[in-house]
Write a protein that binds this ligand. Sequence first.
Ligand SMILES: *Cc1c(COP(=O)(O)O)cnc(C)c1O
Length: 222
Amino acid sequence: MTGLADIQARMEQALLDAGRARDSARLIAVSKVQPADRVQAVLDQGHRVFGENRVQEAQGRWPPFRERYDGIELHLIGPLQTNKIKPALDLFDTIQTLDRDRLARKLATEIQARGVAPGLLVQINIGDEPQKAGIATDKADAFIDACRRDYELPISGVMAIPPVDDSPRHHFQALAQIAHRNGLDEISMGMSADFEIAIAEGATMIRVGSAIFGARDPSGMT
Ligand SMILES: *Cc1c(COP(=O)(O)O)cnc(C)c1O
C-alpha cells in the first residue's frame, strides 16, 4: 500500500497497536527529488508537513507553494553547510540535522541576531558509520548538553537514519534512549520501509518519502 491516505492509515494502526495516542506522532512527507505535480497532489489532499534534504532545491520549490497553500511546515532533513544557515533559517521551520559544534555555534549566532529559533533536532550517527552524518553515539549526551548550555539552543529532540544493512529496531531503541535520558520529547526516526517499527519504539516524527510519492527519479524532477 502506498499513497498519502494509505500511509496515514498504516500510521494510525501502528499507533493503536503500540497503545499510543493518535496524535502522538507526526508524518513528515519527504518530497526531495519528487516532481512538483506529485507534491501538489499531496498538498491538495490537505497535507502540510514536508521534509527536504537540500536547502537549494527547497529554495526553488517552496516559496511559490507557500503563496498558494496556508500552513506549510518544512523540515530540513539533510546536511546543513554553515554557509547555508541564513537561507535555511529563512525557509525551514525545523532543522533536524544539527550534528557538529561549529554548526551549533554559527546557528546560535544567527538565531540570536534574529531573535527567533526554528525547531532543532540533533542528528545522531546511531550506527556509528564512518561516512554518515550525525554526532557519534558516545558524544551525543555531551553535544546535546553543549548545544543547550553553551549555545542556548532550544533543542527539542533527536533524529537518526539507521544503517541500511542492519535491522532497525535496536537502533530505534538506542535513539529513544538518548532522547529520554536527555529529557527530549521529539524522536525523528522511521522511513518508508520501517516506520511502523519506529512508531512501536516511540517515534514522534516519521519521515516517509517514496511510500507516499512513489519511487524517486532524480532525472524526472521539475
Ligand atoms: C529520503 C529520506 C527519507 C525518506 O526516505 P523513503 O525511504 O523514501 O521514505 C527519510 N529521511 C531522510 C533523512 C531522507 O534523506
